[in-house]
Design a protein around this ligand. Structure first.
Ligand SMILES: NC(=O)c1ccc[n+]([C@@H]2O[C@H](COP(=O)([O-])OP(=O)(O)OC[C@H]3O[C@@H](n4cnc5c(N)ncnc54)[C@H](OP(=O)(O)O)[C@@H]3O)[C@@H](O)[C@H]2O)c1
Length: 328
């Protein structure tokens, strides 16, 4: 005798929007399929949130940008996060007007779309947390920047960050809390810059970029993810937070720490002229120049870093074998 059991799959119901599972609600993450987004969405799920990603590609637990603009926020959305952005330092893409337009629109337009949908929602989420970059501050070997420092107009990256952040602040008129995280270079084994430079450093071919004296604002992936969750869960947090570790280092110090963690030398510099040739002047500036950025507000607000110093962060990312974070 066969026994037939009728079982309702709650996940399928959630995907179809028929039911929300989590008491904590849904976090909607624009660009949640990328390097930072994959780690963030995994942590949010672990904490008990439902997560929906806004992506250019459809799929389970995803909605496309046009679905978002047509149907608005998913039911029970408690927080929205903006992480979209075409990779500026893609070595395979030339710095053409078309590529520049992609870089700009993938950040500013996507952030504006999220802000507009939030503002139009009959039931508002508690918070919109949007990423931006330390490129907001003018590169300098002497200045020291906190969240209160002026910036946002010195060069292409500064202007891009200004437009990006203005788009995110659009929700404030609708009474929604807005947090902007100006992130430094995110260090993680499974993506971003480390993935690009791991092999040369592992083979003992790594070294500083240019003079190595330029500042290198950085943060470990676990800490940037925790900072997003800190911003989502603490109602008193609003405005700009510098998403950097409390220990500022130069590019030379970072290279030495990464090479040291791999038990390799860091003696082969990447000449600034080669970077300019490969990436063009505007993008090369992001690599051969830097900013000394301090996380004054995260520290004042009591945020705790797991990797406050470059040595511990590099030891964590210097593993040859690692388990990739599963995309959501
Ligand atoms: N990683 C860092 O070190 C760092 C530092 C400072 C700031 N940030 C900023 O943080 C954000 C996330 O960084 P990440 O390293 O996680 O980025 P990522 O992995 O390169 O990409 C994030 C997501 O952006 C979407 N995207 C890419 N190109 C796009 C385009 N042309 N139009 C629309 N969407 C596009 C993609 O989502 P779909 O393919 O699903 O559409 C992608 O998964 C970016 O805006 C980046 O600029 C990153």
């Amino acid at each position: 005798m066969f026994k037939v059991t009728l079982r309702l799959d709650p996940e399928a119901l959630f995907v179809s929007g028929a039911m929300s599972q989590s008491r904590l609600g849904t976090v909607l993450v624009g660009g949640g399929s990328g390097f930072i987004g994959t780690s963030l969405t995994a942590q949010l799920r672990k904490r008990g949130y439902d997560v929906m990603i806004v992506s250019r590609k459809p799929g389970p637990y995803r909605m496309t940008w046009s679905e978002l603009s047509q149907s608005g926020l998913p039911k029970n959305t408690t927080a929205v996060v903006g992480l979209s952005g075409q990779n500026v330092l893609d070595p395979l893409r030339r710095w053409t007007p078309g590529f520049r337009q992609n870089v700009w629109a993938s950040r500013v337009n996507s952030t504006r779309s999220l802000a507009e949908v939030i503002s139009a929602a009959p039931v508002k989420p508690n918070v919109f947390v949007s990423i931006s970059g330390v490129g907001f501050y003018e590169p300098s070997e002497t200045a020291e920047y906190t969240e209160e420092s002026a910036g946002g107009e010195a060069d292409y990256m500064g202007r891009l960050c200004t437009a990006w952040e203005e788009a995110a602040r659009g929700v404030e008129d609708a009474g929604v809390r807005s947090v902007i995280i100006r992130s430094g270079v995110v260090l993680g084994r499974h993506g971003g810059m480390i993935q690009q430079i791991f092999m040369p450093f592992y083979l003992g071919l790594g070294g500083p970029i240019g003079s190595g004296r330029q500042f290198f604002p950085w943060i470990h992936i676990d800490d940037i993810v925790s900072l997003f969750i800190f911003a989502i869960e603490n109602p008193e947090v609003s405005g700009v937070l510098n998403g950097v570790a409390p220990q500022p280092v130069t590019n030379g110090e970072f290279s030495a720490a990464l090479a040291g963690a791999l038990h390799r030398p860091a003696v082969i510099p990447l000449p600034a002229a080669a970077v300019r040739l490969a990436f063009g002047e505007t993008r090369a500036r992001m690599m051969v120049e830097g900013q000394r950025v301090l996380p004054r507000r995260p520290l004042q607000l009591g945020f705790q870093y797991r990797y406050p110093d470059i040595e511990s962060a590099c030891r964590e990312v210097a593993r040859l074998r690692y388990t990739p974070v599963k995309p959501y």
